[in-house]
Design a protein around this ligand. Sequence first.
Ligand code: FES
Length: 170
Amino acid sequence: MNEKCCCGDHTMDQQFTELAPVLDKYAKVPGSLITILQKAQDIYGYLSMDAINYISQATGIKPAKIYGVATFYSQFRLKPVGKYLIMLCKGTACHVNGADTIEESICEYLEIKDGETTKDGVFTLNNVACLGCCSLAPVMMVKSADGDETYGNLTKDSVKEVLAEIRERA
Ligand code: FES
């Protein structure tokens, strides 16, 4: 697999070095497509057409079929995520402690809905299930190249302050 990727600057193998071991393990295992797509999204944040083509070459599954699977399941993203991925917990503890109000506040402040990215590409919002720190409910985790930060005991105002602070350093 040494074809050029769409930018033409490097080969697919160079572009997908982290995905190659996943494909070595799963490409020929029947029924593994979802697992491969999940792992690719974990690595790159979304499924690009290049990634889909690369997976197609390794598995022998047609790109259109892979694309169809990726669009069928809402867990998969086909567009890049923002620099900061907001994972807002909608688990039970967070739900009873006002996660819906926090979501409204985020949506109003950033002018996006769950699954969307701000026009400036800074934030993507994703509602998720329990983040495992229910004592801090309501909670969100913000993922970025600098690492993950967890913000707990949020209020509709404090969440806006957190986002404003992040936007300043973005
Ligand atoms: S329910 Fe939100 S962290 Fe557990």
